[in-house]
Design a protein around this ligand. Structure first.
Ligand code: GGG
Length: 347
């Protein structure tokens, strides 16, 4: 049970430290944690956000616990050397194509949502975001046009096999839940989305027990705020999924609560909070570590089948919140370590 721990930048090390404490407290036999550098921290030490040594650790591990990457002071670097390339590179190198992002309202937090309490209490959804395609990985560049104007471009593209494998991930996730899958695209405007929709319909024939619906992304953004309880599993592309999951985090109270699993075929996965490095609060002990702690629970469940230990972590987080111990992101005053202590005490 070799787990790579890549803490990264900003609040990444602080929140990861608390998740590691929780994992260690479970005293799981055979668990080995191996640290590696990623992001801006890796660039400063090794001249690259994803050094070969880190990739070697990743390849030799059974799962990765990841903090966050991003560092404004490195904005001047060429794109290939920016901190974010660490997580994008790991996703591509390791074939991590399916990003599961659950969003549930915890007991006691209903009134913290941006929504009316009677709506927010009903939110329990899963966003399945494709991770290896879309504008993130298409050809990109800048040039100066003949008339002197600068132009930038990012090619949005999906091949049918890329859509097919994320479709299967979405349908399987829906089978494990209520059997409802909403595919989000922009098929009225984008060719990639038309292909996406066609492939979703083809794959749906293999899952007669799942009800497939389609929604344009602009409408989905509106419905997420208006009636999020109507959604169960959403499957969508890389860019739309990134945006909609941040929006979903506000429907449940805070981005500091949203965990994620980025999965390859099989059991290997990278687990990280959906939030970034939050440089404004880094090093102050203010960050909410719950999203990273909940990501560690997803790691135990998906990569190692340790359902009981995963459920213990989730119950401890829920109990901490129900007891009113909240970080500043939720209107409370508990700091990073205090929240970690509280979760440990309730394990
Ligand atoms: N823990 C998430 C994180 O570090 N995000 C930074 C980032 O740049 N992510 C790119 C993406 O998820 O699309």
């Amino acid at each position: 049970m070799r787990i790579a721990v890549f803490a990264g930048d900003g609040i990444g090390p602080e929140v990861t430290e608390q998740a590691v404490r929780v994992l260690q407290a479970l005293e799981i036999e055979g668990m080995e944690l191996v640290e590696g550098d990623v992001g801006g921290a890796a660039y400063r030490r090794h001249g690259h956000p994803l050094p070969e040594a880190t990739l070697d650790i990743a390849r030799s591990a059974d799962a990765i616990l990841f903090g966050a990457v991003g560092d404004f002071s490195l904005d001047h670097l060429e794109r290939a050397l920016r901190p974010e390339q660490a997580v994008l590179g790991l996703r591509k190198e390791l074939g991590l194509f399916a990003n599961l992002r659950p969003a549930t309202v915890f007991k006691g937090l209903e009134d913290l949502s941006t929504l009316r309490p009677e709506v927010s209490g009903k939110i329990d959804l899963l966003i399945v975001r494709e991770l290896n395609g879309d504008v993130y990985f298409g050809e990109k560049g800048t040039r100066t046009l003949e008339d002197g104007r600068r132009q930038g471009w990012d090619m949005m593209s999906y091949a049918e096999d890329e859509v097919r494998r994320i479709a299967h991930a979405g349908f399987k996730a829906a089978q494990g839940r209520s059997g409802r899958l909403c595919s989000v695209d922009k098929a009225n405007v984008l060719e990639t989305s038309q292909l996406w929709r066609d492939v979703m319909i083809e794959v749906s024939k293999e899952y007669p027990d799942v009800e497939l619906t389609h929604m344009y992304v602009d409408n989905a953004a509106m419905q997420l705020v208006k009636n999020p309880g109507a959604f169960d599993v959403i499957v969508t592309g890389n860019l739309f999924g990134d945006i909609l999951s941040d929006q979903a985090s506000m429907c449940v109270g805070s981005i500091g609560l949203l965990a994620s699993a980025s999965l390859a075929e099989g059991k290997f996965g990278l687990y990280e909070p959906i939030h970034g490095s939050a440089p404004d609060i880094a090093g102050k002990g203010l960050a909410n570590p719950m999203a990273t702690i909940l990501s560690a629970a997803m790691l135990l469940r998906h990569s190692f089948g340790l359902e009981e230990q995963a459920a213990r972590i989730e119950a401890a987080v829920a109990a901490t919140l129900a007891d009113g111990i909240k970080g500043g992101d939720l209107g409370g005053s508990a700091g990073t370590k205090e929240i970690g202590d509280a979760v440990l005490a309730r394990l």
